[in-house]
Design a protein. Structure first.
Length: 202
């Protein structure tokens, strides 16, 4: 029987604004673990390296970054598939405003003996000003021939038509921007109960 470990929450604060959330769930050798990290920082650099070495291990990784001012937030991840029949699913989302800079570099490495691997890696980003910058580089390195793998990234802005629609119905511009940002990161946070993320508009 699988042993489900309690959810772990880590809080650390430094600087005035910026938020980084990391939600990790992994199934390793018949055990499940989940973790949530929240960090308020002016500059953050995180490196995450995960190895899937046992058959039918699963890695579910969710990350969210909210930053404003001149903050720079970097996430560099590596997921190694070293055994067959393993699954990894990675999703990172950034919301940037002012002159904030975001960096995401995610690499999935599938070794020759890791047949029947299933891996999906996605990085989606929202730039709310013309001055903020996002640098994204999802990577797949595959040495097995019987796998199902995908990766992709996107960078976009707030939907002007949606903001105009909400203003026509009495929703102030600042509140409308916050609603769109909340909706954008909801996919990452929806499985974390009673957890609030301060967006740059607050």
């Amino acid at each position: 029987m699988r042993k489900i470990l309690p959810e772990l929450i880590y809080l650390a604060k430094r600087g005035k604004r910026g938020a980084e959330i990391d939600f990790i769930k992994s199934s390793l050798t018949g055990k499940e673990k989940r973790g949530l990290g929240f960090r308020t920082v002016a500059y953050a650099l995180k490196r995450v390296w995960r190895k899937l070495t046992g058959k039918e291990e699963n890695e579910l990784k969710r990350g969210c970054v909210v930053a404003d001012g001149k903050h720079r937030i970097e996430n560099h991840t590596l997921i190694e598939h070293r055994a067959g029949h393993c699954t990894s699913n990675e999703l990172y989302k950034y919301v940037l405003s002012d002159e904030a800079v975001g960096v995401f570099e995610g690499r999935v490495l599938v070794h020759p003996n890791a047949q029947k691997t299933v891996s999906h890696e996605t990085n989606q980003n929202l730039c709310t000003t013309k001055e903020c910058r996002m640098f994204t580089k999802p990577e797949l390195e595959i040495y097995a021939d019987d796998v199902k793998c995908s990766h992709g990234s996107s960078v976009g802005q707030l939907n002007d038509a949606a903001l105009f629609y909400m203003q026509q119905r009495g929703i102030p511009l600042a509140q409308g921007r916050k609603l769109l940002q909340d909706a954008f990161i909801a996919e990452v946070l929806e499985k974390i109960p009673n957890f609030h993320v301060p967006l740059p508009t607050e």
